[in-house]
Design a protein around this ligand. Structure first.
Ligand code: NAD
Ligand code: TYD
Length: 361
């Protein structure tokens, strides 16, 4: 079996669902169920005995050690993290606790478990750490995309905490020989994306008749990857990745935020036209920029293609169309996660920002 951390979050739950679409191999899903963890994401596999959900914190080393000795996984896929840049600006403490101390704790428990494994299990064990392209910092418009050898230059507490975790993982391979793999992926989108991130927030706000809040001038660039393509890349790295290596994963889809929001409005105008026949574009508003906002991310994903034969299946057009349709079909899921604490987050992040009427071109 495999152990997945953070498997009730956006990417982790997609990974577990996709796993069971192709495997019968059991998964122990270890998740703290923070605001971002949601068991409703896993309803489709609630009847599968091979899915064992355990609520717990990766910072609890003894708990993780007990979990490893009970279930004896052949691999750990580590998704669990605090993942939202804006939240890391308002409150970095949780990011240090989970992303750095939690990864350290997981590495320690894994090292103890792996060291005691008999051969050949010891040789085939894998610790796969899921990370982000944000560790590389911000690119200028003409800079080459991030490659695996780009120097780390994290700019937000989120990316700095992920960078620290990446370094710890690297050190456990070099110092102790732990068979680690690290993936650095660009921005994901797709089903079960928590509606505080750009794409699901814009869809939810559009349908609710609220403003579509663009930070700054809207010209920041992200590379977008449909989540099931990320999950497929992780499975490839797990099977064939070389221990101690890192693999960049990206969609070859660089878009400005304005382009993304414009596309969402265009699709919504077709699939869910407003009664007054105006476009959702009219809801766009410009608000005060995110402090330290990285201007551009872009990924050179040639290594994983060359060495492991992975390429994304979805184009941005096909993936975004599916995503909008999923949110239209799953408005109950959105309503459920928008209750309670989510409202406090909106107030903290948006009500305190000034709406900027004029945008400098
Ligand atoms: P998410 O915030 O949607 O989910 C995180 C999950 O981790 C939640 O289920 C949460 O309950 C769980 N969790 C948080 N703290 C925990 C703890 N201390 N112990 C156990 N579980 C805990 O995040 P996501 O978007 O699914 O991202 C998953 C991973 O992928 C993260 O490591 C993130 O850095 C990385 N990543 C995300 C993106 C993206 O675009 N979302 C891109 C590249 C890499
Ligand atoms: P986000 O989804 O938070 O991902 P990340 O910051 O990790 O890339 O944001 C994606 C981009 O969208 C980023 O440049 C910030 C911008 N953004 C807005 O303009 N408005 C918003 O309300 C949000 C949440 C993000």
């Amino acid at each position: 079996m495999i152990l997945v951390t953070g498997g009730a979050g956006f990417i982790g739950s997609n990974f577990v669902l996709d796993w069971f679409a192709q495997h019968d191999e059991p998964v122990v899903n270890f998740d703290k169920l923070t605001y971002a963890g949601n068991l409703n994401n896993l309803l489709a596999i609630r009847q599968r005995p091979e899915h064992i959900f355990v609520q717990g914190d990766i910072c609890d080393t003894a708990r993780v050690e007990a979990l490893l000795s009970t279930h004896r996984p052949r691999a750990i896929i580590h998704f669990a993290a605090e993942s939202h840049v804006d939240r890391s600006i308002h409150g970095p403490g949780e990011f240090i606790a989970t992303n750095i101390n939690g990864t350290f704790s997981l590495l320690e428990a894994s090292r103890a478990y792996w060291s005691a494994l008999p051969e050949p299990d010891r040789g085939s064990f894998r610790f796969l750490h899921v990370s982000t392209d944000e560790v590389f910092g911000s690119l200028g418009p003409d800079d080459a995309p991030f490659s695996e050898t780009t120097a780390y230059a994290p700019n937000s507490p989120y990316s700095a905490s992920k960078a620290a975790a990446d370094h710890l993982v690297r050190s456990y391979h070099h110092t102790y020989g732990l068979p680690t793999l690290t993936t650095n992926c660009s921005n994901n989108y797709g089903p079960f994306h928590f509606p505080e991130k750009l794409i699901p927030l814009m869809i939810a706000n559009a349908l609710a008749g609220k403003s579509l809040p663009i930070y700054g001038d809207g010209k920041n660039v992200r590379d977008w990857l449909y989540v099931s393509d990320h999950c497929a890349a992780i499975r490839k790295v797990l099977v064939s990745g070389r221990c101690g290596e890192t693999y960049n994963i990206g969609g070859w889809n660089e878009k400005t935020n304005l382009e993304v929001v414009d596309t969402l409005c265009h699709i919504l105008d077709q699939l869910a036209p407003k009664a007054d026949e105006t476009s959702y574009r009219e809801q766009i508003s410009y608000i005060t920029d995110r402090p330290g906002h990285d201007r551009r991310y872009a990924i050179d994903a040639r290594k994983i293609e060359r060495e492991l034969g992975w390429r994304p299946v979805e184009t941005f057009d096909s993936g975004i169309q599916k995503t909008v349709q999923w949110y239209l079909d799953n408005q109950d899921w959105v309503a459920d996660v928008q209750s309670g604490a989510y409202q406090q987050w909106l107030e903290q992040n948006y009500n305190l920002r000034n709406t900027v009427q004029e945008v400098t071109q």
